[in-house]
Design a protein around this ligand. Structure first.
Ligand code: GLN
Length: 539
């Protein structure tokens, strides 16, 4: 058995982030923001998310329960926090950066069957914990784009301290602390500091969660106090005294209106200095240019409707962020109106400046989405369709322009299948990791709206689908005026419409590659057209 244990000579330093009290504290945003403030000091950062569930990946998980399934360029379907890391750090991660209990156990069991552990009883300690450390190290040592090695690897341990599922991971963290020198690993505990009815900040939950952490042998170096209010000096002192953390290492992280303000807040709190000191890193002046680009002031606002099955924002987090990135670049604040596709009031769409139909699966809400697309097409309202929103735009056109009133998708059935299963999907069995996933090149037709937006004929975008435009009906759809402006071989990747202010739908998911300082071109086009509609209506 080859066992790589993280060692100092490798040079990468680890910042491990755990969470206490409860989930949903914004630990992912905090982790991503910690990475950002260090990246602003020109350190190379990578990040790993640990999800203690038994699923191999997030691909088969219900987004209503667990939030968006984020897709990486290598096609892995991962936790939405990886999206936060990619956006905040402007890096591309891969499947090794999302470690789950499922993956760890699968590796260990495969090794056991191969005979790697011959003679030994395979146990959680040391076999599972060694595998966890190996997985972390493998991810940390992967080169970043441009062939550089990471100086620092962020490791976010999902879940809350005290969960049964997180135990082996915390044990692995405890071991890493023992194996590495104190300047190579730092532990940050993110906890809740609630406000009581008298308006006072309460430290007891933090004390308890640090106690739970100590019970598994881990003492935090830094505490990030999440609260609706700024944690004042005396509260910090109290936390410091009870939890044995230096007062300057108690960091206030109050809720801010925009997630991209979190790094600024951590910066103001002096977290970067504390980290550089602990990790014996050179203290460098921060480069603040990222903030200037990302936090650009708005001069107006634009309202966009998202017509979807789930009204839960976490399900469409990448779309929400991509709209924000484009809005910031165009100085317009994009306000999102979440509309339930199952109870759609079509007339309410008259009030919006743009309509977006996101990705989706299954038949629920489909008719509402098609009605919204029809409204966008016939009332000249800017439209952006993403994946399912592309397929449904084709169905809408087939039904109402071509006249095939029963047009549908094979996924739904019961009519003329203008959207059909991808040929390679016909032999696929099992749902996990089997769609057409991740990066595929897309050819963009010159002279199209899409070409104008990307300024290129070949682009690379991420995918997640099983169905496509049925090639059997392609010619007739084109003859009836629908423009397929992008393709991959004989696979259609985008459609648009002549004589409409902005009607663009893509089979790929541009939202996954949108970055705060590099907004996605289709989103730029859509927000710009929406802003224009608002100006026109204001006249
Ligand atoms: N359900 C559609 C398909 O599988 C669209 C998927 C999506 O929107 N991500 O092709």
């Amino acid at each position: 058995m080859i066992n790589v244990s993280p060692s100092a000579e490798v040079g990468v330093k680890y910042i491990i982030v755990t969470g206490g009290v409860m989930s949903g504290l914004g630990k992912g945003i905090t982790t991503a923001s910690i990475g950002r403030i260090l990246k602003n000091r020109h350190y190379h950062i990578t990040a790993v998310k640990i999800d203690p569930y038994l699923n191999i990946d997030a691909g088969t998980m219900n987004p209503a329960q667990h939030g968006e399934v984020f897709v990486l360029s290598d096609g892995s379907e991962v936790d939405l926090d990886l999206g936060n890391y990619e956006r905040f750090l402007d890096i591309n991660l891969n499947s090794s950066h999302n470690i789950t209990t499922g993956k760890v156990y699968r590796n260990v069991i495969e090794k056991e069957r191969r005979g790697d552990y011959l003679g030994t009883t395979v146990q959680i300690i040391p076999h599972i914990t060694d595998e966890i450390k190996n997985c972390i190290k493998r991810a940390a040592l992967q080169q970043l784009e441009g062939g550089v090695s990471a100086d620092i690897c962020l490791v976010e341990v999902g879940g809350t301290v005290g969960d049964i599922e997180s135990m082996p991971f915390l044990e692995a963290v405890r071991q890493m602390r023992g194996e590495l020198s104190s300047s190579d690993v730092v532990l940050i505990h993110v906890t809740l500091v609630p406000v009581d009815t008298m308006g006072e900040l309460k430290t007891k939950p933090t004390q308890h969660s640090v106690k739970a952490l100590r019970e598994v042998g881990i003492q935090p170096d830094i505490i990030v106090a999440r609260s609706v209010r700024t944690t004042d000096r005396s509260t910090k002192k109290k936390i410091s005294a009870f939890c044995d953390v230096a007062p300057e290492a108690v960091i206030s992280a109050a809720t801010v209106p925009d997630i991209y303000e979190v790094p600024l807040e951590l910066e103001r709190e002096g977290l970067a200095d504390v980290l550089c000191e602990r990790l014996k890193l050179e203290k460098r002046e921060p480069d603040i240019s990222w903030y200037t680009t990302v936090m650009r002031q708005y001069t107006g606002s634009t309202t966009v409707a998202i017509v979807s099955k789930y009204g839960i924002e976490d399900v469409y987090i990448s779309i929400k962020e991509a709209l924000k990135h484009a809005g910031r670049a165009l100085s317009t604040q994009v306000e999102i109106l979440w509309m339930d596709a199952e109870q759609l009031d079509v007339a309410a769409l008259e009030r919006v400046d743009g309509i977006l139909v996101p990705g989706g699966f299954g038949s629920r809400g489909v008719e509402g989405k098609i009605a919204a697309i029809e409204y966008a097409r016939t009332h000249c309202i800017p439209y952006l369709g993403l994946c399912f929103g592309f397929q449904l735009a084709v169905i809408e056109y087939a039904r109402h322009v071509v006249g095939w009133t029963d047009a549908t998708s094979q996924e739904i059935g019961g009519g003329r299948e203008v959207i059909a299963l991808l040929p390679e999907q016909q032999t696929v069995s099992g749902l996990g990791g089997t769609m057409r996933l991740g990066n595929y090149p897309v050819n963009v037709k010159e002279g199209s709206v899409l070409h104008g937006l990307y300024g290129r004929s070949e682009i690379m975008e991420r995918h997640r689908h099983r169905y496509e435009v049925n090639p059997v009906f392609l010619q007739e759809l084109e003859n009836a005026g629908l423009i397929f402006s992008a393709y991959n071989g004989d696979r259609m990747e985008a459609c648009e419409m002549a004589g409409h202010p902005f009607f663009l739908a893509t089979q790929f998911h541009p939202e996954f590659t949108s970055r705060p300082a590099r907004p996605s071109p289709p989103f730029i086009g859509f927000v710009e057209a929406s802003r224009h509609r608002k100006q026109e209506r204001g006249r």
